[in-house]
Design a protein around this ligand. Structure first.
Ligand code: SF4
Ligand code: SF4
Length: 159
């Protein structure tokens, strides 16, 4: 008798579990107009990624071509994959030599999008962009210089 009760109990729980799992499927079967599956790449023109999506590391510049990177090298030290190389140079200001960024090199092909560089930059010079289409024929094009040509350090950044 005990075995029979256990048998029907198992069957009941199996059916309950199946119906629970099929609830969402069943809902969309009868409400197919609410289906939000998007057809990529046909929807490329209108496709928007989530705001927090990490597509690539960027260095935002102002309209007057200023960035916030001081060339301190903290992002390079913190990157676990060696995806960042900081090349610095010197400029003379009021007769004194001052270190400035020459090239902030970012190897997208080695980046795991961990976010450490963005989080630890003391001058908030880096951000994540939403672009996710990074397929290329030449992997060298995945190496980018983030500071734009002719750009300068934003005067408000404390060094
Ligand atoms: S991006 Fe930030 S952490 Fe990296 S070198 Fe520039 S200022 Fe320093
Ligand atoms: S997101 Fe992570 S892996 Fe990518 S460059 Fe920054 S620290 Fe390196």
């Amino acid at each position: 008798m005990k075995e029979i009760i256990q048998y029907f109990s198992d069957v009941f729980h199996a059916v309950k579990s199946l119906l629970t799992g099929m609830r969402v499927t069943g809902y969309y079967f009868f409400h197919h107009k609410e289906i939000v599956t998007q057809e990529y790449p046909e929807n490329r023109a209108t496709l928007k990624m989530f705001e927090r999506f990490k597509g690539e590391v960027l260095m935002p510049h102002t309209e007057s071509n200023e960035h916030k990177c001081t060339g301190c090298g903290i992002c390079e030290m913190n990157c676990p994959n060696g995806s960042i190389e900081i090349l610095t140079t010197f400029e003379t200001v009021d007769g004194k030599k001052k270190k400035i960024i020459d090239k902030h090199i970012y190897h997208l092909s080695m980046c795991t999008f961990c976010g450490l560089c963005v989080k630890t930059c003391p001058s908030d010079a880096l951000a994540f962009g939403n672009d996710f289409e990074h397929a290329v024929f030449d992997r060298q094009s995945l190496t980018k210089v983030l500071n734009k040509p002719g750009s300068t350090l934003n005067k408000e950044v404390k060094e």
